[in-house]
Design a protein around this ligand. Structure first.
Ligand SMILES: [Zn+2]
Length: 195
């Protein structure tokens, strides 16, 4: 079970957020994180803007052109800073397969596999993400009704099944590049994202 381990104000280029870390063990080096604009969202009738974002070190830190994670993270943080809300940052690199397997998959992609078939060739699920920690974090924050920033129908289904009321979906605009064309095609055609 996740617990709030630490919390502090984080000034960023987009403005101030409250940064929080959640894990079950106090010495977890890879805790899930949240960045939020208010101390509490106590008015339960009002939906809170949320983004559930999974870690992608290549896209977010190194500005890789192979995916749209970096621009999705920036877009979501900017929206949340302007309109208020919470970004939940889940530590499940590479759709939950980890950075080593992700690099192996990138190697296969350079040899002609797509983002879906490369994982299968490595004997891994195409998408191994678990969004249940996000539900735990929403519960810790006392959030029961949300507007979710996403293009992924699966996230909405998971929230609804967990008893969270999804008031509205806010689409995230994405950056299309020649290098991520194939990635975006697979996202749309195989993973069923709204793009
Ligand atoms: Zn990415």
């Amino acid at each position: 079970m996740l617990k709030l381990q630490a919390e502090a104000l984080l000034p960023t280029q987009m403005g101030n957020f409250i940064l929080s870390a959640y894990s079950s063990k106090t010495d977890d080096w890879m805790p899930h994180l949240s960045l939020r604009t208010s101390e509490s969202f106590s008015i339960v009738e009002n939906p809170v803007n949320i983004r559930i974002h999974s870690e992608c070190i290549t896209g977010e830190v190194f500005h890789s052109k192979k995916c749209d994670c970096g621009s999705q993270l920036d877009g979501a943080l900017s929206y949340i800073h302007t309109h208020g809300g919470v970004l939940i940052y889940l530590r499940q690199e590479g759709r939950g397969i980890g950075i080593i397997n992700k690099i192996k998959a990138y190697k296969l992609q350079s040899e002609g596999e797509d983002t879906h078939s490369a994982n299968l060739k490595l004997g891994l699920p195409a998408d191994n993400r678990d969004f249940s920690p996000a539900v735990e974090i929403l519960n810790i924050l006392g959030i029961k009704k949300v507007n979710i920033l996403t293009n992924n129908p699966q996230k909405i289904a998971i929230l609804k099944n967990s008893g969270i009321i999804v008031n509205e979906r806010i689409p995230l605009s994405i950056t299309s590049l020649p290098e991520n064309e194939e990635y975006m095609r697979v996202k749309k055609e195989i993973f069923g994202h709204w793009l």
